[in-house]
Ligand binder design. Structure first.
Ligand code: TLP
Length: 344
């Protein structure tokens, strides 16, 4: 059966044109720093964010870990939003590998505010783990692809400077935030010491993420990438796909956002499905099915029988993500199938 796959934007497949570009990629040994395609990608992305340098890494999880590990020492404290990806979906790396104590705050739509966070920043003392980092996520996956308001980012940046905190952004889907708001990537770049962004989500490249920052930070991050086994060799093969994706697949993300909005509007009209429509700001739709009395795994398996794939995202929640491999007709089909499952 050919599925309409709404589990994630990570399921996107390289197009024929992308595969052609991959086949022609110029390569070298990137651990020696001489893969021309990787160097081109790193320069290009650093430039897009107005940063001095960038480091290509195999995954978003490694990008977050490398960046945060480079900024901090074991035993220090870092501030995260409670439902962020780094703490909940990266296998405990912030504690197990970076050795951090995490202080979490609950954000509305994934947004922590300065007022909320500032009173809890800890100074260095004999007893306390000093707070040295704050990490944000934009767009926020678990909150439903929500966008961090620039005004709040600016306030947090001022706070970070006053308290000498480093500021990291998990920008796995920063492309979506930029396309949806029209805020250029280099504007986001101004407020963070490091940003991690993924090519293997809505941009449609098969593998890879990147970390941007200043030159000294990236040099130090390179050592941690090696330590974590992320030093790769003729990796221009996949970096070429990332360059292609940036040039061809970014502006079209507005289509994914329209499709997510359309899906959310229609699903919200079904009895037993509750959606916070304010949270549907980019390509993610999270619905709560508690009021239907149905169990998420049952709903997902019925949908699957009908050719629709989605994922569980909490005890009573389902997530659908739109991307370049699903079009409006697919979304219309998905809506019909949801209606059928919830009709009885
Ligand atoms: N997110 C995946 C799953 O892990 C949940 C998805 O399907 O959405 N930051 C954010 C905000 C992410 O959403 C993800 C992946 C990552 C980091 C990690 O990227 P990878 O999977 O490349 O390690």
């Amino acid at each position: 059966m050919k599925y309409i796959d709404l589990r994630s934007d990570t399921v996107t497949r390289p197009s024929d044109e992308m595969r052609r570009i991959i086949a022609q990629a110029e390569v070298g040994d990137d651990v020696f720093g001489d893969d021309p395609t990787v160097n081109k990608l790193q320069k290009k992305v650093a430039g897009l964010f107005g940063k001095e340098a960038a480091l290509y890494v195999p995954s978003g999880s490694m990008g977050n870990l490398v960046a945060i590990k480079t900024h901090t020492n074991p035993g220090e404290e870092a501030i995260f939003e409670e439902d962020c990806h780094s703490l909940n979906y990266e296998a405990g790396s912030m504690g197990a590998v970076a050795g951090l104590v995490s202080h979490t705050f609950r954000g509305r739509h994934g947004v922590m505010t300065r007022e909320q966070v500032e009173p809890y920043i800890k100074k260095k003392s004999l007893h306390t783990p000093p707070t040295t980092l704050i990490a944000l996520e934009n767009t926020h996956n678990h909150a439903g692809g929500t966008i961090y308001p620039l005004e709040e980012i600016k306030k947090l940046r001022e706070m970070a400077e006053e308290h000498e905190l480093r500021m990291h952004l998990d920008g796995a889907r920063i492309w979506n935030a930029s396309v949806a708001t029209g805020i250029p990537l280099d504007e986001y770049g101004r407020y963070f010491d490091s940003i991690q962004c993924c090519f293997s989500k809505g941009l449609g490249a098969p593998i890879g993420s990147i970390v941007v920052g200043d030159a000294d930070f990236i040099e130090r991050a390179r050592r941690f990438r090696k330590m974590f086994g992320g030093g790769m060799r003729q990796v221009g093969i996949i970096a070429s796909a990332a360059i292609y994706a940036l040039d061809n697949n970014m502006s079209r993300m507005s289509e994914d956002h329209e499709n997510a909005g359309f899906l959310a509007q229609n699903l919200a009209g079904i009895d037993g499905i509750d959606i916070d429509l304010d949270s549907v700001q980019t390509n993610i739709v999270i619905m709560n099915i508690a009021s239907s009395g149905k169990q998420v795994p049952d709903v997902l398996s019925k949908l699957k029988e009908m050719g629709i794939l989605a994922v569980q995202f909490g005890a009573t929640k389902i997530r659908c993500v739109t991307h370049l491999n699903v079009n409006r007709t697919d979304i219309e089909t998905a809506i019909e199938k949801f209606k059928a499952v919830f009709a009885n």
